[in-house]
Ligand binder design. Structure first.
Ligand code: NAP
Ligand code: HSE
Length: 429
């Protein structure tokens, strides 16, 4: 069926939904020029009509999903409700009804994405999700299209704005974590329950999505090792500065000869690395491909208009595909089943800050245990000391995580070790 006007249904009118509505309204006279067809939002699914009365045209509000899925005039469904259910059911039913879908839902795409992309393929529909990773930054489409001629070996990024804002405040203003988190909450960056951001789960979901696309292998959130930033102290940031570095929460995905590695953790990164200068709530993703070499994508990872920008870009792409009858052109790219490594089988370099008894032989004993487990020390500094103990900072060379863990288990039991204050992974540029 040829339509003069493509009709869109919006599911949810919160932060992102509001941004999508505003952008499409502002652009409505441009659509026909940009993609050759007019588009309009014809229905908006809301639970509480009064709550959203001043945000959009209330005559478009509906409260039943059936009013949308059974409406044959609607060809594109934009899911911006969030959460797993009912979003998963609505997306699946929309695809089965022959409707194309755009979603910003990283929680869903990081767990059910492969299944939903299969459903899209079976029904010859598009399922696009550019906004699910790094908000307004184009990263999914570049990896699926512009960089497709590469073998991508590494994707590394700052993909959570809340934690990057907190770490920036700790780095630039010397704030402690709890104070910086409070500021992030007061300014509306952190949600009422900030667990998913500060524990690295939000970044882990985005990393799983990017790793699947980069390495053509299904990677789910459950495969990703996640460690958050709540244990980072102002003192560690100070010491990182003394080492010429910053501490950032990085998502790191690597395609190695022995399998895929997917890890999210605070990382000491040299100040000269481009990711070290990404500040406040900004996001950035660094991609290494065999042909392109290094490429970096930078911008706003959240917010109504930046995220709405990515959603609307997907909607317009679908409008183009519809006109040329080529929907489903860019579906799931997972044609491999590469192994995904356990954390213990991956390598890292570590920074360890600890307090030791200040007496002859302690450093030798410590070095002995590290040596026994194959952990090689690249740097050792004695920081402050009082009558009883001295604070030591050690940086190791790359070592298998399981060997390091065994060494630390033994070191923790040594009488001379008063406290393990922090352990942070180090990225050498
Ligand atoms: P939000 O502000 O909480 O908005 C969610 C909207 O969906 C609200 O209007 C909510 O209505 C509605 N909704 C939820 N469940 C519903 C249901 N069962 N039926 C009808 N409406 C329902 O969330 P958001 O920040 O816009 O996020 C939306 C999605 O975008 C999430 O998947 C999120 O992860 C993703 N995302 C967000 C950002 C960002 O910057 N915020 C960036 C990237 C991706 P009520 O008011 O009735 O609850
Ligand atoms: N909570 C996310 C962040 C934004 O802080 O980056 C939504 O993806």
């Amino acid at each position: 069926m040829t339509q003069d006007m493509y009709k869109i249904a919006l599911l949810g009118l919160g932060t992102v939904g509001g941004g999508v509505y505003d952008i499409l309204e502002k652009q409505k006279d441009e659509m026909a020029h940009k993609v050759g067809r007019n588009l309009e939002i014809s229905k908006i699914l809301v639970r509480n009509k009064a709550k959203y009365a001043d945000k959009a045209d209330v005559s478009k509000f509906v409260s039943n999903w059936e009013d949308i899925v059974n409406d044959e005039s609607i060809s594109i469904v934009v899911e911006v409700m969030g959460g797993i259910e009912p979003a998963r059911t609505y997306i699946e039913e929309a695809l089965k009804a022959g409707k194309h879908v755009v979603t910003a839902n990283k929680d869903l795409m990081a767990t059910e994405g492969h299944h939903l992309l299969e459903v899209a393929k079976e029904n010859h529909c598009d399922l696009l999700f550019e906004a699910a990773v790094a908000g307004g930054i184009p990263i999914i489409r570049p990896m699926k299209q512009c960089l497709l001629g590469n073998e991508i070996t590494e994707v590394m990024g700052i993909i959570n704005g809340t934690t990057n804002f907190i770490l920036t405040k700790m780095s630039e203003d010397g704030m402690e974590f709890v104070d910086a988190l409070q500021l992030a909450t007061d300014l509306g960056y952190a949600e009422a329950d900030p667990t998913a951001d500060i524990e690295g789960y939000d970044a882990g979901r985005k990393l799983a999505i990017m790793a699947s696309i980069a390495f053509h292998t299904p990677v789910n959130f459950s495969h990703v090792y996640t460690e958050g930033i709540s244990k980072i102290s102002a003192k560690d940031i100070l010491y990182a500065h003394e080492l010429g570095s910053e501490i950032k929460l990085l998502g790191i995905a690597k395609n190695t000869e022995t399998g895929i590695e997917v890890k999210v953790h605070p990382t000491i990164i040299p100040a000269k690395h481009p990711l070290a200068s990404v500040k406040d709530a900004f996001n950035a993703v660094f991609v290494h491909g065999d042909a392109v070499d290094d490429a970096m994508f930078y911008g706003r990872g959240a917010g109504a208009l930046p995220t709405g920008s990515a959603v609307v870009g997907d909607v317009l792409d679908i409008a183009r595909d519809m006109q040329y009858n080529c929907a489903g052109r860019i579906g799931c790219g997972c044609y491999k089943e590469l192994p995904i490594k356990e954390l213990g089988d991956t390598e890292s370099s570590f920074y360890i800050r600890m307090r030791l008894e200040d007496r002859a032989g302690t450093l030798a004993a410590l070095a002995g245990v590290f040596g026994q487990y194959g952990v090689s020390i690249s740097m050792l500094l004695q920081k402050d000391k009082n009558n009883e103990s001295a604070e030591i900072v050690i940086v190791t060379y790359d070592v298998l995580e399981k060997q390091f863990e065994e060494a630390m288990k033994e070191i923790t039991t040594m009488d001379m070790v008063k406290e393990i204050c922090s352990v942070i992974r180090v990225h050498h540029a």
